[in-house]
Ligand binder design. Structure first.
Ligand SMILES: [Zn+2]
Length: 141
Protein backbone atom coordinates (compact mmCIF):
# COMPACT_ATOMS: atom_id res chain seq x y z
CA UNK A 1 0.00 0.00 0.00
CA UNK A 2 2.92 2.38 0.51
CA UNK A 3 4.23 1.87 -3.02
CA UNK A 4 3.89 5.07 -5.08
CA UNK A 5 1.30 4.77 -7.80
CA UNK A 6 -0.83 6.80 -10.11
CA UNK A 7 -3.36 9.20 -8.66
CA UNK A 8 -6.31 6.89 -8.26
CA UNK A 9 -7.36 6.91 -4.61
CA UNK A 10 -7.30 3.73 -2.56
CA UNK A 11 -10.59 1.85 -2.72
CA UNK A 12 -12.34 1.26 0.56
CA UNK A 13 -14.57 -1.79 0.49
CA UNK A 14 -14.69 -5.55 0.90
CA UNK A 15 -11.70 -7.75 0.15
CA UNK A 16 -13.28 -9.04 -3.07
CA UNK A 17 -13.88 -5.50 -4.29
CA UNK A 18 -10.31 -4.50 -3.44
CA UNK A 19 -8.92 -7.60 -5.19
CA UNK A 20 -10.97 -6.94 -8.33
CA UNK A 21 -10.08 -3.29 -8.46
CA UNK A 22 -6.37 -3.87 -7.96
CA UNK A 23 -6.26 -5.88 -11.18
CA UNK A 24 -7.54 -2.87 -13.10
CA UNK A 25 -4.56 -0.88 -14.33
CA UNK A 26 -6.51 1.58 -16.45
CA UNK A 27 -9.92 3.20 -16.56
CA UNK A 28 -12.41 3.09 -19.42
CA UNK A 29 -14.12 6.46 -19.49
CA UNK A 30 -15.93 6.18 -22.81
CA UNK A 31 -14.16 9.38 -23.85
CA UNK A 32 -11.87 9.41 -26.86
CA UNK A 33 -9.94 11.67 -29.16
CA UNK A 34 -11.98 12.93 -32.09
CA UNK A 35 -8.93 12.97 -34.36
CA UNK A 36 -5.89 10.78 -34.82
CA UNK A 37 -3.21 13.45 -35.29
CA UNK A 38 -2.44 14.94 -31.90
CA UNK A 39 0.06 17.57 -30.82
CA UNK A 40 1.87 17.96 -27.52
CA UNK A 41 4.13 20.38 -25.73
CA UNK A 42 5.89 20.74 -22.40
CA UNK A 43 4.94 23.76 -20.33
CA UNK A 44 7.25 23.25 -17.37
CA UNK A 45 10.03 20.92 -16.25
CA UNK A 46 11.14 19.47 -12.91
CA UNK A 47 12.23 22.54 -10.96
CA UNK A 48 15.22 20.94 -9.25
CA UNK A 49 16.27 18.87 -12.22
CA UNK A 50 19.81 18.11 -13.27
CA UNK A 51 18.40 16.70 -16.51
CA UNK A 52 17.95 18.89 -19.53
CA UNK A 53 14.56 19.74 -20.99
CA UNK A 54 15.64 17.81 -24.09
CA UNK A 55 15.97 14.66 -21.98
CA UNK A 56 12.50 15.17 -20.52
CA UNK A 57 11.07 15.70 -24.01
CA UNK A 58 12.95 12.62 -25.24
CA UNK A 59 11.36 10.47 -22.55
CA UNK A 60 7.93 11.83 -23.35
CA UNK A 61 8.47 11.18 -27.08
CA UNK A 62 9.48 7.61 -26.22
CA UNK A 63 6.32 7.11 -24.15
CA UNK A 64 4.09 8.60 -26.84
CA UNK A 65 5.72 6.37 -29.46
CA UNK A 66 4.80 3.34 -27.37
CA UNK A 67 1.23 4.66 -27.40
CA UNK A 68 1.17 5.33 -31.15
CA UNK A 69 2.69 1.89 -31.83
CA UNK A 70 -0.34 0.33 -30.12
CA UNK A 71 -3.13 2.70 -31.12
CA UNK A 72 -4.14 4.52 -34.33
CA UNK A 73 -2.79 7.85 -33.06
CA UNK A 74 0.05 10.08 -34.25
CA UNK A 75 1.81 12.50 -31.93
CA UNK A 76 3.72 15.58 -33.02
CA UNK A 77 5.62 17.81 -30.66
CA UNK A 78 4.99 21.52 -31.09
CA UNK A 79 8.05 23.78 -31.16
CA UNK A 80 8.70 25.99 -28.18
CA UNK A 81 8.02 25.52 -24.50
CA UNK A 82 5.53 27.21 -22.24
CA UNK A 83 3.53 29.15 -24.74
CA UNK A 84 3.03 26.15 -27.02
CA UNK A 85 -0.42 24.65 -26.68
CA UNK A 86 -1.43 21.47 -28.36
CA UNK A 87 -3.74 18.67 -27.46
CA UNK A 88 -1.57 17.29 -24.68
CA UNK A 89 0.11 19.89 -22.48
CA UNK A 90 2.62 18.41 -20.08
CA UNK A 91 3.76 20.16 -16.95
CA UNK A 92 5.51 19.51 -13.67
CA UNK A 93 3.60 21.18 -10.85
CA UNK A 94 3.40 21.17 -7.05
CA UNK A 95 0.54 21.06 -4.59
CA UNK A 96 -2.27 23.40 -5.75
CA UNK A 97 -1.85 24.01 -9.46
CA UNK A 98 -5.17 25.44 -10.63
CA UNK A 99 -6.99 22.30 -11.75
CA UNK A 100 -8.79 21.21 -8.59
CA UNK A 101 -6.55 18.16 -8.13
CA UNK A 102 -3.68 19.28 -5.88
CA UNK A 103 -0.60 17.13 -5.56
CA UNK A 104 0.41 15.81 -2.15
CA UNK A 105 4.13 16.48 -1.85
CA UNK A 106 6.76 13.72 -1.95
CA UNK A 107 5.35 10.18 -2.28
CA UNK A 108 1.74 9.26 -2.90
CA UNK A 109 0.39 10.68 -6.11
CA UNK A 110 3.01 10.88 -8.84
CA UNK A 111 1.03 12.23 -11.76
CA UNK A 112 -2.40 12.54 -13.27
CA UNK A 113 -3.87 13.18 -16.69
CA UNK A 114 -7.19 14.29 -18.06
CA UNK A 115 -9.16 11.98 -20.30
CA UNK A 116 -9.19 12.66 -24.04
CA UNK A 117 -11.98 14.74 -25.50
CA UNK A 118 -12.69 18.26 -26.65
CA UNK A 119 -12.33 20.17 -23.38
CA UNK A 120 -9.48 22.63 -22.92
CA UNK A 121 -7.76 20.33 -20.43
CA UNK A 122 -8.38 17.08 -22.31
CA UNK A 123 -5.17 15.09 -22.50
CA UNK A 124 -3.24 17.44 -20.25
CA UNK A 125 -0.76 15.54 -18.13
CA UNK A 126 0.70 16.77 -14.85
CA UNK A 127 3.64 15.32 -12.93
CA UNK A 128 4.19 16.06 -9.24
CA UNK A 129 7.23 18.32 -9.07
CA UNK A 130 7.88 17.22 -5.47
CA UNK A 131 8.79 13.71 -6.63
CA UNK A 132 12.31 12.55 -7.39
CA UNK A 133 12.07 11.64 -11.04
CA UNK A 134 14.64 9.27 -12.48
CA UNK A 135 15.25 7.23 -15.59
CA UNK A 136 18.09 4.82 -16.28
CA UNK A 137 19.87 5.78 -13.08
CA UNK A 138 19.74 9.50 -13.83
CA UNK A 139 17.82 11.54 -11.30
CA UNK A 140 15.44 13.96 -12.91
CA UNK A 141 15.18 15.98 -9.73
ZN1 LIG B 1 -3.06 18.68 -12.29
Amino acid sequence: MSTPRCSLPDIVGGEEMRRRRRRKRYALSGLKWHKTDLTWSVHSYPSRSSVSPDQVKGLLAHALKAWSDAAPLNFRQLPGDGEAGGDIRVSFASLLHNDGYPFDGPGGTLAHAFFPGIDEVSGDTHFDDHETWSYGGTNLQ
